[in-house]
Design a protein around this ligand. Structure first.
Ligand code: 3PG
Length: 206
């Protein structure tokens, strides 16, 4: 799979922060059952890599990746843990090289035309737009599409059911990412019915 295909698997990529790797499998099952098979587990907690390993091993219908990849070693460790893709909030030459070296599809983060053009020079046409709402939202992203129509984005950051459809209506948006599918309380309490319902609502978008 190449990164461009990743954008077509589901309209929404849940961005997950997991404090407890025990929750990883039931959470991933709820998301998959709701219709969202692509899951980004952020490397913001000590249990993130273990969570990725469990989901990769025990939820075969999930496509689990690592998010918040900011150091070259994050890319290597995520690949070793079983991640199927990588997502970074921004990109540097070193980080890009480390992500390429894993052989995994990856969505490097950009927020400006220059950052996008730098990646385009290396043949990268699928990117994360971050932080989507704070950087200018749909108006900004639509404007980037004028001179750079060959790039497709996964905007993330400040996206919710309130504005997701506006993003998904843009020609240069493949899918959106967000943390609203996995509310902190629901994950803590193991309320997988709620996660499944939120996923089902999101899967019906577009
Ligand atoms: C992230 O990578 O943290 C995403 O931007 C999540 O953003 P959200 O919490 O605003 O959905």
């Amino acid at each position: 799979m190449i990164a461009d295909d990743l954008l077509d698997l589901a309209p929404v990529i849940p961005v997950v922060v997991l404090d407890d790797a025990e929750a990883a499998v039931p959470l991933a099952r709820a998301l998959v059952e709701g219709g969202l098979p692509v899951i980004e587990v952020t490397l913001r907690t000590p249990s993130a890599l273990a969570a990725i390993t469990r989901i990769a091993a025990e939820v075969p219908d999930a496509v689990v990746g690592a998010g918040t990849v900011v150091r070259p070693e994050d890319a290597e460790r995520s690949a070793a843990a079983g991640a199927k893709f990588l997502v970074s909030p921004g990109c540097t030459a070193r980080l890009q090289a480390a992500m390429v070296a894993t052989g995994l599809p990856f969505l490097p983060g950009v927020a400006t035309a220059s950052e996008a053009i730098a990646l385009l020079e290396d043949g990268i046409t699928a990117m994360k737009f971050f932080p989507a709402e704070a950087a200018g939202g749909t108006a900004y992203l639509k404007s980037l599409g004028g001179p750079l129509p060959q790039i497709r984005f996964c905007p993330t950051g400040g996206i919710s059911p309130r504005n997701a459809e506006e993003y998904l209506a843009l020609k240069n948006v493949g899918c959106v990412g967000g943390s609203w599918l996995t509310p902190v309380d629901a994950v803590r309490d193991g309320d997988w019915n709620l996660v499944r319902e939120l996923a089902a609502e999101a899967a019906a978008l577009r």
